[in-house]
Each structure stands twice: as structure tokens, then as C-alpha cells.
Ligand binder design. Structure first.
Ligand SMILES: *Cc1c(COP(=O)(O)O)cnc(C)c1O
Length: 457
């Protein structure tokens, strides 16, 4: 979208005598302005970003308590890569990923490999790179070609996996989801996997619907393939959201390092890890799963410290915030918070499921996320996109979108419940959603113009 307005105007209430009354929109201004003026302009514009609590589209944390905010302010300046300058932050980073490794049942959390990242996207790149490099080493040892690596995953993967394949020259092999196989579950896997497969991605909390892929079934399918063909294919679990839900709400579910085939797992600290945007984690089953030749050394207290990341400098404050939450909440606190969040999601799913217009795709049984589609009806004249628009008029952001390949004719609408969505707020959403549906039903069949009542004084 081209914005052809050339200037940003100052509100005359706070423009100071002698100051310019506008800023050029797309150029650095020639002259200086008072800090309070610049602040006010940005403050007022940022307000237009909307109300994060009514945004049910995003997974990313938007609220932390006052102590977290205080820590954040105290740690703005910390640079995660500078282990020498910030050894305490570096140490806390290590403690955090070891805690997460233990949470995911790594065989030896104190001696494996892990790191913080900017988010799950970076973590997935690192997980994919490690798989690719291990495969390359094995192929070279065997004197075999490394020309055409491929990665097998669901068609419902998050876009970061398409990026990984694009950036690092790996052929993506998508297993389509269907009405029979609503998630990738390992069926037919033998027709996708071959000697050029660097790994299989399993998703714990599919972005489209919030459903878990059954990692154990996928792993069992790979066991069968190994029996039949000798191919030993490892799994990376993209647990961007589920990695901080399953250990608390479904502790018996075996999806993590309890499965020997799982080589690495990522999670977004800024999703159900409950930290502000800018934090992800990845942990490998054991140190050997991260090939040594991918590791860079940075200076640390006169010695050196291994790092593996795409970024060099990046903020360290979020790592301290994650540690704050681990200490403050503990296992019990995380359990309580996540349970509350999923209770709200299930309440919303059951309310929405009772409306005759909708069929639930899932019921927030896994992470606090669920989706629904329109029930078949011959004479309905509205779509979920219309409903999404109407909800937006009431301030709610509840996106509608097509499902991925092979199911693109199915449109779903999705709600992501995050901490901060109270039962109270959820009941307002149900009320508003009912009103929107009633409105759309009433307008059904009426020509568009007649739906708009005129403006009367
Ligand atoms: C959100 C998400 C990502 C990307 O994570 P960021 O932390 O936003 O980079 C990757 N995979 C899945 C399954 C996700 O839900």
C-alpha cells in the first residue's frame, strides 16, 4: 500500500513555539525536535495499533506483571551475544534452556545443547540446519550425494518451515491434511521418506487449528520404515505453542525426548511461555545432535563459549523475563495459568459449538486454540469472512482463513486464547458473536442496500 501523505502533522496543542508543525513522513527530518514532541507523535500513532486483549488472532504474549516490567526496564541494554559483558545473563540463559530440557524429558539436561533465539522461527531454522548438517555428514561418510535434501512435514506447517526450505535449499515434502487425516499422523509416510530425507517435522499445536500432531504415531511410522529400509530418520518437534502447554496440561502425552527419535524441540517463549515478544528456545536431545561444525565460539570470561544462532547481537532482557516466570510461577503456577487459559478456550468452544450455524473443527482439547467452520446450509448468504468483519466492528479480531492445500475449499475461523482472556471477557465475546450471527442471518436474502438503515436525526 502506497501512503502518499507526505507529512506527519503535530497536534497544535503540544507543538512548541518555533518548532516545525509537521515531520516528513518518509525522510529523516533536517532539524531537531524536542524529545517530548517526538515522544508524543509516536505515542499517539502507536495507540492506533489497537487493543491487544481483544486480538484473538495472535499467540504472542501482550501482558506481564509490574515486577517483570521493572526487570525489563532494568535490562533493556543487555546484549545476548555479549557473554563477556553480561556473564550473569549468559548464565541465566543456560539455566533456562536446561530447565526446558528437563521439562521435555531430555536424557541428560545438564549436558545437552540448547539456546535462546528471537522466536520459534529462528529456532526452527537452527533445528532444520542441524538435521541437514547431520544428514550431509552421514551421506559424505557413505560416499553418497548431498545434492538434494528434503524435509517431510504437514501441509499445515507454519510459514517458517517454507522459509527454512527456501533459504537453505531443502526440498519441502508436504503431507496434505484431509478430512480423514485432520493432522499429519504418519500415514503413508513411506511414500515421502527416502535416503535424502534430512528429517521429519512434527507440530505440537498446529497453527491453523491448535491440534497436536501425534508425534508418537509419527515416530512409530518411522520405526517401521527403518525396519523395512534401514533409513534412520529423526524428528524435530515444532512445539512453538504446545511446548509450554503439554508438560503442564497433558503430562502423560509422549511427544518429547521420551521418544528416542526426537532429536530437537523448539518453543516460543513469547507464546505460552508468557514472555513479551522476542524469545524462542531450542534444545537438542544430546550434545551430539548439534554438529560441532555449526557452532561458533564467542569470548566469555577469558575463555570461549559455544553459540549457535542466526543473529549476532540481540536483546537479552526477554531471557531474564523467562527466568523470572520460571522462578515466580514454578511448575504449579504454570499449571494453574495454563489450565485457566484452556478452561476459557473450552468454554468458548462449547458455546460456539451450540450455535447451529457452526461445526467445530476441534474443541481446544490440546492447546487453548480451536477452529470452526460453517455448517452446511443451502440458503445462507454470509461467510465466516463476513462474521470476522462484523466482529471487528465490535473490536474483536477473530480471523477467518482457508485451510492449507487439499482443503483450501474449507474456510475456518479460529480463536487463540491467551493469558489475560478472562471468563468475563469471554462471555462478552460470546454475546457479541451471537449478536453478529443474528444480524447476518436477518440480513440474509435482503438486498445489500436495504440492510443499511439511513442516517436519521
Ligand atoms: C508461531 C509459530 C511459529 C513461529 O514462531 P515465532 O516465535 O513467531 O517466530 C512456528 N511454528 C509454529 C507451529 C507456530 O505456531
Amino acid at each position: 500500500m502506497v501512503d502518499d501523505r507526505r507529512t506527519v502533522e503535530l497536534n497544535p496543542l503540544f507543538a512548541r513555539v518555533g518548532e516545525a508543525t509537521s515531520f516528513p513522513r518518509n525522510r529523516i527530518p533536517e532539524s531537531e525536535s524536542l524529545p517530548e514532541t517526538a515522544y508524543q507523535v509516536i505515542h499517539d500513532e502507536a495507540m492506533l495499533d489497537g487493543n491487544a486483549r481483544m486480538n484473538l488472532a495472535t499467540f504472542v504474549g501482550t501482558w506481564m506483571d509490574d515486577y517483570a516490567n521493572r526487570l525489563y526496564r532494568e535490562a533493556f541494554d543487555k546484549n545476548m551475544v555479549d557473554k563477556d559483558e553480561y556473564p550473569a545473563t549468559a548464565d541465566i540463559e543456560d539455566r533456562c534452556w536446561r530447565m526446558i530440557a528437563a521439562l521435555w524429558n531430555a536424557p541428560d539436561p545438564d549436558h545437552t545443547a540448547g539456546t535462546s533465539t528471537m522466536g520459534s522461527s529462528e529456532a526452527c531454522m537452527l533445528g532444520g540446519l542441524a538435521l541437514k548438517r547431520r544428514w550431509q555428514h552421514r551421506r559424505r561418510q557413505d560416499g553418497a550425494s548431498t545434492d538434494s535434501p528434503n524435509l517431510v512435514m504437514s501441509s499445515a506447517v507454519q510459514v517458517c518451515w517454507e522459509k527454512f526450505c527456501n533459504f537453505f535449499d531443502v526440498e519441502p515434502r508436504y503431507v496434505p491434511i484431509t478430512e480423514e487425516h485432520k493432522v499429519f499422523d504418519g500415514h503413508d509416510l513411506e511414500s515421502y521418506v527416502d535416503e535424502n530425507t534430512i528429517g521429519v517435522v512434527a507440530i505440537l499445536g498446529v497453527t491453523y487449528t491448535g491440534m497436536y500432531e501425534p508425534v508418537k504415531d509419527i515416530s512409530a511410522a518411522l520405526d517401521r520404515i527403518q525396519n523395512d529400509t534401514g533409513l534412520d530418520v529423526r524428528i524435530h518437534v515444532d512445539a512453538a505453542s504446545g511446548g509450554m502447554i503439554a508438560p503442564f496440561l497433558q503430562p502423560e502425552l509422549e511427544w518429547d525426548f521420551r521418544l528416542p527419535r526426537v532429536a530437537s524441540i523448539n518453543v516460543s517463549g513469547h507464546k505460552y511461555g508468557l514472555v513479551y515478544p522476542g524469545l524462542g528456545w531450542i534444545v537438542w536431545r544430546q550434545a551430539e545432535d548439534l554438529p560441532e561444525d555449526l557452532i561458533a565460539r564467542v569470548s566469555y570470561l577469558g575463555g570461549d563459549m559455544p553459540t549457535f544462532a542466526l543473529n549476532f547481537s540481540r536483546p537479552g532482557a526477554q531471557v531474564l523475563l523467562q527466568y523470572y516466570l520460571f522462578l515466580q510461577l514454578g511448575m504449579d503456577g504454570y499449571r494453574r495459568v495454563q489450565q485457566n487459559t484452556i478452561d476459557v478456550a473450552r468454554y468458548l468452544a462449547s458455546e460456539i459449538g451450540t450455535l447451529p450455524e457452526f461445526d467445530l473443527w476441534n474443541e481446544a482439547q490440546d492447546i487453548p486454540v480451536f477452529a470452526w467452520r460453517l455448517a452446511a446450509s443451502a440458503d445462507r448468504q454470509w461467510t465466516l469472512y463476513d462474521l470476522s468483519d462484523r466482529l471487528r466492528m465490535k473490536g474483536w479480531i477473530v480471523p477467518a482463513y482457508p485451510m492449507p492445500d487439499n482443503l483450501t475449499d474449507v474456510t475456518v475461523q479460529r480463536i487463540v486464547v491467551r493469558n489475560g482472556m478472562s471468563h468475563d471477557l469471554a462471555s462478552f465475546l460470546v454475546r457479541d458473536l451471537r449478536a453478529c450471527v443474528d444480524h447476518l442471518n436477518q440480513a440474509n436474502g435482503t438486498p445489500p442496500d436495504a440492510q443499511r438503515s439511513g442516517f436519521h436525526h
